[in-house]
Design a protein around this ligand. Structure first.
Ligand SMILES: Cc1cc2nc3c(=O)[nH]c(=O)nc-3n(C[C@H](O)[C@H](O)[C@H](O)COP(=O)(O)O)c2cc1C
Length: 303
């Protein structure tokens, strides 16, 4: 039997498989299909100080091997989450609260509110679908460092994960900026900015014109970025982007990820996460791997 436990910033997860922010709600609908306590953790939808309705529809478009979304951070607000979802979610597994704000000070306020209540805070400085804040804070290394520092100062007892945007000049430079700002962990990737056009109407498919690209087709780019970040910083990494099966999770771990998040796949297979947990155990057993954490960063690159 493989030991699937992983240590993330001193917090033990029963396994490294985590549904990604925005693809799992707060877990309730999935818990009707399977007991979500089999997951290493759950990452919530992006939380803001005030409730948000998100962008106008259509907000999702399909393309070959990927989807585009411009949901625009629809969520009930951090207070509603704390009162209604968190107590239940905590009885299930570890909780990662994904947070977003309009400006750095707002990130600080939300972090202060969540400090000590959740197992991790994940800073979403990489949302491509909101006008203010969101991705603009995640592009320039100096902005990444600044918002990370503000969030870190607001968190006295909860580890801070900084989620990087892939829409940047150097993912390694931004990872280093987050490390400099005091991040405890890096997660990547968020979605790649994209566009889909209905050629009959000559109009963008998404009401927002552009959206974030995710799903199986982005996996090789995400694996490369996880590898680059693992070379650039000493922090633990949560890898994601196009994971659909246990073998994909193994690939991300070999690239340097200590844990993985599974996003878009939850939409086409609601049981994707528990299948990946089970598959990881089987893959490790078949390959003589006693502890899944032994896989981290073991890629043998050439030259
Ligand atoms: C519909 C949808 C909503 C998302 N909402 C968020 C969000 O609120 N916060 C966030 O950090 N990432 C959000 N993401 C990005 C995912 O968490 C993940 O980083 C990305 O989709 C890549 O992983 P995947 O290819 O496995 O989906 C969202 C993705 C999708 C598809």
């Amino acid at each position: 039997m493989t030991d699937l436990r992983v240590d993330l910033c001193g917090v033990e997860l029963k396994n490294p498989v985590i549904p990604a922010s925005g693809t799992f709600g707060f877990g309730r609908e999935f818990d009707e299909i399977y007991d979500i306590s089999v997951l290493g953790a759950v990452c919530t939808k992006g939380l803001t100080l005030e409730p948000r309705l998100g962008n106008p529809t259509p907000r999702i478009a399909e393309s070959r091997g990927v989807i585009l979304n411009a949901v625009g951070l629809q969520n009930p607000g951090v207070e509603h989450f704390i009162a209604h979802d968190l107590p239940w979610l905590k009885t299930k597994t570890r909780v990662i609260a994904n947070v977003a704000g309009k400006e750095p000070s707002e990130y600080g306020e939300i972090c202060a509110r969540l400090d000590g209540l959740v197992d991790f805070v994940e800073l979403n400085i990489s949302c491509p679908n909101v006008k203010c804040g969101g991705m603009t804070l995640g592009i320039k290394p100096e902005n990444v460092e600044n918002v990370t520092r503000i969030a870190k100062n607001a968190l006295k007892s909860t580890p801070l994960i900084v989620k990087l945007s892939p829409n940047v000049e150097s993912i390694a430079a931004n990872a280093r900026a987050a490390e400099e700002g005091g991040a405890d962990c890096i997660s990547l990737v968020n979605t790649f900015t994209g566009m889909a056009i209905d050629i009959e109407t000559r109009r963008p498919v998404l009401a927002n014109n552009t959206g974030g690209v995710s799903g199986a087709g982005i996996k090789p780019i995400a694996v490369r970025m996880v590898y680059e970040v693992s070379r650039a910083v000493k922090l633990p990494i949560i890898g994601m982007g196009g994971i659909t099966c246990a073998e994909d999770a193994v690939e991300f771990m070999m690239a340097g990820a200590s844990a993985v998040q599974v996003g878009t796949r939850n939409f086409t297979d609601a049981l994707a996460c528990p299948k990946i947990v089970e598959g990881l155990g089987k893959w490790c057993a078949a390959h003589g791997v006693e502890r899944v954490s032994e896989l981290v960063g073991t890629v043998k690159t050439n030259g």
